[in-house]
Design a protein around this ligand. Structure first.
Ligand code: PEP
Ligand code: MN
Length: 271
């Protein structure tokens, strides 16, 4: 490793929110942007409960080509509106380099999804673009492979990489993926980059999201990225694993306390 192993801890500053080096980020929002109402309702609810960033996909990597693929440009427009309305920085996924400019207009953090972790030309392009990147671990990737993927971005002169553990494939079938909590301290040992955890995609069902989030925060993660929906039963995508907006404030309080156990502080904004 040439860049990821640097000693000094990276603290990123994203539109007035710090992440890393003792600053804990609570990134929350729907799996996918579905409508104006759903997007704004969720964004306001998570902001009021103390979230530091808003997540939501406009371009969705779906297992089936027949599933909803995201609202695309219209989704980006709704995310921009959510940002204006709440002041929350936006985390949204880029799947195709042809959408880079459009995504960069809205995104404060560009998400590279698990399925694209080893899409090296995409990594190089987001590295060149210079915007902060949230890089998700591939479904069956080792920590070493995740760090090497991060190197592609860092090697282009972009130091703003956030690593994300989101569960890996194992023989266990009782939940969607196995959340590799061990990966959190190990990544923090190997790299200076902030490490966040996505409990939602690992869990696959909402009942597990709370306990996994507490475990991640207590294990020293620099943040969590979690799915939230005002009416999960109506969600187009990942409803069963989405927290209800009404439950989010209590959830945020518990996560904040667990982060504090590990010496990390969740603050909303410093500007
Ligand atoms: C997501 O965060 O919406 C997503 C699709 O996650 P992953 O790439 O980890 O499956
Ligand atoms: Mn999802």
């Amino acid at each position: 490793m040439k860049y990821a192993a640097r000693e000094e801890r990276t603290v990123l500053e994203i539109a007035g929110r710090r992440i890393g080096g003792g600053h804990f980020a609570l990134i929350a929002g729907p799996c996918t942007v579905e409508s104006r109402e759903q997007t704004l309702e969720t964004a306001c609810a998570v902001r009021d409960a103390g979230a530091t960033m808003f997540r939501g996909g406009a371009y969705k990597p779906r297992t089936s080509p027949y599933s909803f693929q995201g609202l695309g440009q219209e989704g980006l427009r709704l995310l921009a509106e959510a940002k204006r309305e709440t002041g929350l920085p936006i985390v949204t996924e880029l799947m195709d380099v042809r959408d880079l400019d459009a995504v960069l207009e809205v995104a404060d953090v560009v998400q590279i999804g698990a399925r694209n972790m080893q899409n090296y030309s995409l990594l190089t392009e987001v590295g060149r673009a210079g915007a902060p990147v949230l890089l998700k671990r591939g479904l069956s990737s080792t920590l070493e492979e995740l760090l090497m993927a991060a190197e592609y971005i860092l090697a282009e002169g972009n130091p703003a990489v956030i690593l994300c553990e989101r569960g890996i494939r194992t023989f266990e079938t009782a939940y969607r993926f196995t959340l590799d909590i061990s990966g959190v301290p190990v990544l923090k040992e190997l790299t200076h980059l902030p490490v966040v955890v996505d409990p939602s995609h690992a869990a696959g069902r909402r009942e597990l999201v709370g306990p996994l989030s507490l475990a991640a925060a207590a294990a020293g993660a620099d943040g969590v990225i979690v799915e939230v929906h005002p009416r999960p039963e109506e969600a187009i995508c990942d409803g069963p694993q989405s927290l209800r907006t009404g439950d989010f404030e209590a959830y945020a309080e518990r996560v904040r306390a667990a982060a504090a156990v590990a010496g990390n502080t969740l603050v909303e904004a410093f500007v």
